[in-house]
Design a protein around this ligand. Structure first.
Ligand code: CO
Length: 145
């Protein structure tokens, strides 16, 4: 425990924080309006993530985000996911200090991964996804700020 250092407080092993919860929605603007109406929440960041074929709106909650996601093209993996599963929680982003190191570790421990190597995510972060198949059904994203 680092004395009085907020960012070390509450971390568990390599996981230093919940970076975000990714939620798949059909209508991004309507969902943003809903969060505003229900909770008085405001959008901290919007971005088109071309590598994933999605538009995102980030709502900041303490040091974490709610990541609202909608596909902007039919070829987006999220579009295919939503055809089967509809709207709802899609993935959880865990913050790590070193994405590459954690990715190599989970691979060496037998986890199946979506990304063999870290890549650039939203907000200029470095990210990599673990496959839900070997992660108890949860799509996990490692996020290095
Ligand atoms: Co994400």
């Amino acid at each position: 425990m680092g004395a009085g250092h907020d960012h070390s407080h509450g971390s568990s092993g390599k996981l230093t924080d919940i970076d975000h919860v990714g939620i798949a929605v059909r209508d991004l603007d309507a969902t943003v309006a809903w969060y505003e109406q229900m909770f008085g929440a405001t959008v901290a960041h919007r971005e088109r993530i071309e590598s994933d074929g999605v538009d995102e709106a980030l709502i900041k909650v303490a040091d974490s985000y709610i990541q609202l996601l909608t596909p902007y093209t039919d070829t987006s993996p999220l579009a295919k996911y939503m055809e089967k599963n509809g709207e709802g929680i899609h993935h959880v982003g865990y913050r790590v200090a070193n994405c590459d190191e954690v990715l190599e570790h989970v691979k060496s421990e037998g986890a199946r991964v979506v990304d063999e190597h870290p890549r650039t995510g939203s907000r200029g972060t470095t990210v990599a996804f673990l496959h839900p198949k070997t992660a108890q059904g949860t799509l996990i994203e490692l996020v290095e700020e």
